[in-house]
Design a binder for this molecule. Structure first.
Ligand SMILES: *Cc1c(COP(=O)(O)O)cnc(C)c1O
Length: 373
């Protein structure tokens, strides 16, 4: 009943957050204060150009999570984690972050009126995300360490009274994030055949798989997708099956050497008949630029790894266990685009991005246009 009413509410264009939309599948009760910024219900954008690259009548969709309130999918988990933290009486939330978790935590803390502290690897955070943490009023602590060490410190803080950790080691985060899978099934009428996504701490992979399995169990989907994850080549612990002490990639959101949800994600790839693969930074930037200039969708570098991955699957260099050839003709494929491109403009502002200078008269402008035609 709740979900029927909420479905018709969304059909009427009313905005509701993921807790209201999927309340019956989430660990909330009448006593839980709902801290929401009306996250979720993000667009599932058809990509005709990617569809034609894949061929065989397959349809590719982009789940554009950059349109969440703070510009990334982290908001889906944060609404649940912060609501539960407030319910439990916490007055301070803390997290380690490569950027987007801190932006989201800071916003939901502001919304609920509690304090937030974020532990960041100093100098390793995209400027837009850092600006968000400050402007939402968080205590921002920069550490001379990498993300994995920040996360260990946060684990140590979790035993303090009144403090709630809102990293994805907090199970409520994954509960909230699984709603993205629900939305995809609700939009398509079934689960896709193949789901591609970037992998950092691997919480999102775990959450999507949980959501798909839950909907399948409830017979809201007739199949489960193959899950296909992509790590950056310089930060690929799951792919190489070992902790990476000094993860390196320009895609800062997935610069993680020891993922918190490693084993759960590995199981998701195996159980689903999918795979974990790597893409180079070069492939990531090429995909980011291609997606913006061919489909009009601007994402941050980490998000482009799912697109880089799909292109790699369609190329000569596809891995031997690539699940793409084994999906049927006319299959549906979803790529999650995890965060908005405006969060990290520095990564695209290279020599290539310079305005053409011209005299301010029509003839001069026309000659520039002629050259670009
Ligand atoms: C957090 C994040 C990821 C990685 O997600 P995990 O759940 O850590 O695997 C990828 N892209 C963006 C933009 C993110 O913010």
């Amino acid at each position: 009943m709740g979900s029927l009413m909420n479905d018709s509410l969304s059909a009427m264009g009313a905005s509701i957050g993921v807790i209201e939309r999927y309340r019956e599948y989430l660990p909330v009760s009448d006593r839980t204060p709902i801290i929401s910024l009306l996250e979720g219900s993000t667009p599932l954008i058809p990509s005709p150009r990617l569809s034609s690259i894949v061929g065989r009548g397959c349809r590719v969709y982009l789940k554009y999570e950059g349109l969440n309130p703070t510009g990334s999918f982290k908001d889906r988990g944060m609404t649940v984690a912060v609501s539960k933290a407030v319910e439990a009486g916490a007055n301070f939330i803390v997290c380690a972050s490569t950027g987007n978790t801190s932006a989201s935590a800071a916003a939901y803390a502001a919304r609920s009126g509690i304090r937030c502290a974020v532990l960041l690897p100093a100098g390793k955070i995209a400027m837009g995300k850092l600006a968000q943490a400050f402007v939402y009023g968080a205590v921002v602590i920069g550490l001379e360490s990498n993300f994995d060490q920040c996360l260990q410190l946060v684990r140590d803080l979790s035993t303090e009274p009144g403090i709630a950790v809102v990293n994805s080691i907090n199970p409520y985060r994954l509960e909230g994030q699984k709603t993205a899978a629900f939305e995809i099934v609700d939009a398509l009428g079934d689960a896709p055949h193949l789901h591609l996504l970037p992998v950092g701490n691997a919480g999102n992979t775990t959450a999507y798989w949980k959501g798909y399995v839950q909907y399948y169990g409830l017979k809201r989907a007739t199949r489960l997708p193959r899950m296909l994850g992509f790590q950056a080549a310089g930060a690929a612990p799951i792919y190489y099956d070992r902790v990476i002490e000094h993860p390196e990639t320009a895609a800062s959101a997935i610069r993680i050497g020891n993922p918190a949800s490693w084993q759960q994600a590995k199981r998701a790839f195996q159980e689903s008949g999918g795979a974990i693969e790597i893409v180079s930074d070069e492939e990531i930037f090429a995909a980011q630029s291609w997606l913006a200039s061919h489909e009009g969708v601007f994402v941050e570098p980490a998000s482009a790894s799912s697109i880089a991955g799909l292109m790699k699957c369609c190329s000569q260099t596809a891995c031997t266990q690539c699940p793409l050839p084994s999906i049927p003709d006319n299959a549906t494929i979803v790529c999650t685009l995890t965060g908005h491109g405006l969060k990290d403009v520095a990564s695209v502002l290279n020599d290539r991005v310079k305005p053409v200078s011209a005299r301010p008269d029509k003839a001069a402008i026309m000659s520039v246009l002629e050259r670009a035609r």
